[in-house]
Design a protein around this ligand. Structure first.
Ligand code: NAD
Ligand code: IPM
Ligand code: MN
Length: 359
């Protein structure tokens, strides 16, 4: 029996509900596959501000560093808007401290949910893409200045920062359909011109077998919903990746389905759903836990290197979706907790099915 330490950071809004759901499914994996997962639940975001004044405490950071993988629900909410310390700052500090520069956001379409997308089914059928979003640089982390009548957010990228996330994207493309679309705003931004140069050079030197195309972010945001099947790996900087990945989640039918993995060169990865704290749904057992549960599958695959276990969770989610179970965002009436229970039960009943999506 192997033991893994998993830090759980529920955070705010629906964060605790989806974290409970993910932990329940992870516990089912432990039971089914004979592992021991030791969960260490810690404060982050608004919950941490309320308890300590600080959105990321030293205690939380130490617990994360000592873990094999970190799961985060969501942070933020109207309660903390306008305060001097914001919940979101805790998440940004955590990403930086863990060095998780590559944020991987897969978009996959379940056939049974084709009609949940506002786009026509022939547009979204068979879409299979993944966004590689740079996560620890750009305007999120540059110097911020504020005067009485001005404000600025500096955007800096260095060559090594671009190269390491681009390398991760090219490697992923090799194991998929062999295509990378690098997204920038090189017609306007100097950081984007450097981005394009570095990606082009790396491609020529190490990844000539992968197809590379460049796209400007404005046109990309249009093409992404016009012809999403054209894309395999989408590589982009922090802010553009934030925006494009929310847009891409519409293809699958709900942002509540979208998972993410954030990985660095070493140390624990950070796994969180793409959605936020959904204040409109919080505390009502109304949110969709599947994005969180699929994030726990990514935690198993990339954080703990447990591929069969990750496959089992993904297969269980698919079977529950195929059975017709739907949370409110997908037009159904199943609660968050009941959905998690169904998926956990499926994991426990599973034999080794395999449905492995390559990142
Ligand atoms: P949001 O993602 O929380 O919600 C956007 C919409 O999607 C809402 O209508 C919400 O009800 C719906 N939605 C979100 N998650 C859902 C789920 N699991 N199931 C069903 N529907 C779901 O975005 P927002 O409203 O712009 O932001 C709310 C707060 O969350 C803000 O404070 C923001 O900073 C924060 N946020 C945090 C994270 C994170 O912690 N990783 C990510 C995004 C936003
Ligand atoms: C996300 C969120 C965060 C981001 C916020 C909450 C800081 O929107 O994870 O997509 O912008 O990265
Ligand atoms: Mn976002």
């Amino acid at each position: 029996m192997s033991t893994f330490n998993i830090a759980l950071l529920p955070g705010d809004g629906v964060g605790p509900e989806v974290t409970r759901a993910a932990a329940e499914v992870l516990q089912a994996v432990a039971d089914r596959f004979h592992h021991r997962f030791v969960f260490d639940t810690q404060l982050i975001g608004g919950a941490a501000i309320d308890a300590t004044g600080d959105p990321l405490t030293q205690e939380t950071l130490v617990a994360c560093r000592q873990s094999h993988a970190v799961f985060l629900g969501a942070v933020g909410g109207p309660k903390w808007d306008g305060g001097s310390r914001r919940p979101e700052q805790g998440l940004l500090e955590l990403r930086k401290a863990l060095g998780v520069f590559a944020n991987i956001r897969p978009v996959l379409i379940y056939d049974a949910l084709l009609d949940c997308s506002p786009l026509r089914r022939e547009v979204v059928a068979d879409v299979d893409l993944v966004v590689f979003r740079e996560l620890t640089g750009g305007s999120y982390f540059g110097e911020k200045r504020r005067g009485a009548d001005f404000a600025s957010d500096q955007c800096i990228y260095t060559t090594p920062e671009i190269e390491r996330v681009a390398r991760a994207a090219f490697i992923a493309a090799r194991a998929r359909r062999g295509k990378v679309t690098s997204v920038d705003k090189a017609n306007v931004l100097e950081t984007s011109r450097l981005w394009r140069e570095v990606v082009t050079d790396l491609h020529a030197k190490e990844f000539a077998d992968v197809r590379l195309e460049h796209a400007l972010v404005d046109s990309m945001s249009m093409q992404l919903i016009r012809q999403p099947r054209a894309y395999d790996v989408i590589l982009t900087e922090n802010m553009f990746g934030d925006i494009l990945s929310d847009e891409a989640s519409v293809l699958g039918g709900s942002i509540g389905l979208a998972p993410s993995a954030s990985l660095g060169a070493e140390g624990p990865g950070l796994f969180e759903p793409v959605h936020g704290s959904a204040p409109d749904l919080a505390g009502r057992d109304r949110c969709n836990p599947i994005g969180a549960i699929l994030s726990s599958a990514l935690l198993l695959r990339y954080g703990l290197r447990l591929a069969d276990e990750a496959d089992a969770v993904e297969a269980a989610v698919e079977r529950v979706i195929n059975s017709g179970a739907r949370t409110a965002d997908l037009g159904g009436d199943i609660g968050c907790q009941a959905m998690a229970e169904r998926i956990a039960d499926e994991v426990l009943r599973s034999v080794s099915h395999s449905h492995h999506v390559q990142m």
